[in-house]
Design a protein around this ligand. Structure first.
Ligand code: DQA
Length: 146
């Protein structure tokens, strides 16, 4: 199986970006931990972080036919991007939406997501553990094919 991890804008700054909200773990550490977790399950993990909406969309298009599950932290695009929603729907690849912070406890403009209602599920507020739980569920669903 092949799982694609996508991270949206500003997440390249994890570790130094508002650490009181987002923690001290860098994106490189998250990706390395998740790759290790995927390896243990003999699952291939690919990763893209981009600050550009079109690059995330292009990567989703490329995933059609060769990626089985997507784990995505769309970052600020969560709250703005109909295009990202449409791309995910277009390729019909199930996905889990992840946020480090509890977006519902933050500014009202973060309470709405363009992706949540078409996602397999949403994890928010659990920090970096959210990625790990998402991977665990993706692997479980793929290997039990349900
Ligand atoms: C975020 C929450 C978003 O509201 C914000 O724009 C981000 C990160 C999170 O992981 O908590 O950039 O997706």
């Amino acid at each position: 199986f092949h799982i694609l991890l996508l991270n949206g804008p500003n997440l390249n700054l994890l570790g130094t970006r508002e650490p009181e909200k987002y923690g001290h773990t860098t994106l490189a550490q998250i990706v390395s931990d998740l790759t290790q977790q995927a390896d243990q399950h003999h699952v291939k993990l690919s990763h893209l972080q981009s600050n550009a909406e079109f690059q995330l969309i292009d990567r989703i298009h490329e995933a059609r036919g060769n990626v089985d599950y997507i784990i995505i932290n769309p970052a600020a695009f969560t709250h703005t991007s109909v295009a990202l929603r449409d791309a995910l729907l277009a390729v019909s690849i199930p996905f889990i939406e992840v946020h480090l912070t509890n977006v519902h406890a933050r500014e009202p403009f973060r309470h709405h997501s363009y992706l949540s209602d078409v996602s397999a599920g949403v994890i928010c507020g659990l920090g970096v553990d959210g990625y790990s739980w998402a991977l665990q569920t993706a692997v479980k669903r793929l290997t039990h094919s349900n």
